[in-house]
Design a protein around this ligand. Sequence first.
Ligand SMILES: Cc1cc2nc3c(=O)[nH]c(=O)nc-3n(C[C@H](O)[C@H](O)[C@H](O)COP(=O)(O)OP(=O)(O)OC[C@H]3O[C@@H](n4cnc5c(N)ncnc54)[C@H](O)[C@@H]3O)c2cc1C
Length: 484
Amino acid sequence: MLIGRILVVGGGTAGWMAAAALAHKFAGTALAITLVESAEIGTVGVGEATIPHIRHFNATLGIDEAEFLAATMGTYKLGIEFVDWGRIGDSYIHPFAEFGDAIDGVPFHQQWLAQMGTAGAFEDYSLPIQAARQGRFRHPEGGPYNYAYQFDAGLYAKYLRSYAETRGVTRREGKVVDVALDGESGFLRAVTLESGETIEADLFVDCSGFRGLIIEQALGTGYEEWSHWLPCDRAIAIPCTNSGPIAPLTRATAKQAGWCWRIPLQHRTGNGHVYASGCLGDDEALEILLAELPAAPIAAPNRLRFVTGKRKRQWVGNTVAIGLSSGFLEPLESTSIHLIQVAIGRLLDLFPTGAWDPLDAEEFNRSMALEYTRVRDFLILHYHCQQRDDSEFWRHCRAMTLPDSLAYKLELFRERGVVVQYREGTFQEPSWLAVYLGQHVIPRHVDPRAGGEGVAAAMAAMRAGIAAAADAMPMHEAALGMPA
Ligand SMILES: Cc1cc2nc3c(=O)[nH]c(=O)nc-3n(C[C@H](O)[C@H](O)[C@H](O)COP(=O)(O)OP(=O)(O)OC[C@H]3O[C@@H](n4cnc5c(N)ncnc54)[C@H](O)[C@@H]3O)c2cc1C
């Protein structure tokens, strides 16, 4: 193996996830992994909701779920509730599950579209939605739905730090102030700390957050900005005490120029307001968030600025950017930690074991660009397909020109309910269906085979079965082992 030393720069969620995964993968080898972080700079300090893929990450590392939930104050998450998105007064849930079952070989959503108006709501055919609406949770045990977690990302990083250190990762405290580049190859050789000490490595993982210390500041890779499609560029976060039952879901409520999140953990509720500074002042944004809080705040507001988009290349020479250093997409569908996980997985798959092959970097950059683009398109869908008329922000989003990749996908669904499928990309058909139908995108035509004899009875039976199964589930607090 050519690579003997890895240096992870940054100890936020990305840095410690990367260090833990590398330590797990290379356990028993001579590979030396070091992580440098600066307590003075600190981490971004938010990041709480996830999607189900995180379970695979934890399972691969051999992490016990109960221990992890206790360490991170985590809760279960059956989906995301979108309030006031399609129209003011709306509420729909994006679950991690399919809706209904195919009837007579016809996809369920086509049967439902053919019976629209008489077959009840689309969400009546989703067990996790029915459970989440009642505050209930049960492990699916291989059943018809999936689930994710809501947790304190700072505690998760701490937990993974202990995991990584136990497996030989060396942590160094210090601020990186300079980097040494090899003039000929352009590869990074070492970083210099404020103390004057240098740390050499063969592979650098840049997890330095928004500043992109190596990937941007040293290597100048460039940024592809997407704010013309996703105009929110600021956020304010405030945690508050818990009040009432702990919902097994994340809530995103649309506001006049953005949206507010609510994420229940065991010990507190995370709240935030993501907004477009071109349409809303910072003071007004804070007022909107404070009015949304379900209980008393327990910390001062944490204000953040971001530019939606991604680095033009995320792997350059012997540096791989992971986490906020690689790009940022707002947390509307809880995808940031997931994109960290995807990047770590790609790095491990492509880990250079022989000579440095430029194809490794090319493939990493190709696949990460695709992941980012597909999440981006899914997010734009929420903003574009709505019927709100209460602000310039929403009118602008409805009128904007879409990226070709989304325009194509949307038109196919609008014509006769076809969801374009692809192998790579985080969100698959059920997720797109939840948002299309939740935001009132109704196809012009349905599958001609839909609506045969007996379909209405089959659907009624399905609905009743789901309602009964949801009623039988324990409350979320009981599933977490907490007092009700
Ligand atoms: C408003 C908002 C809400 C979010 N909500 C969610 C969510 O619900 N779900 C989700 O999945 N994600 C969410 N995210 C994203 C999530 O917070 C990040 O993806 C995640 O925390 C990873 O951050 P990071 O480790 O890349 O960067 P950071 O947390 O910023 O960590 C950077 C690290 O680099 C170190 N560092 C920086 N410069 C130097 C230097 N010069 N020398 C040494 N060390 C240095 C810092 O000390 C720190 O340890 C949200 C983000 C924002 C902005």
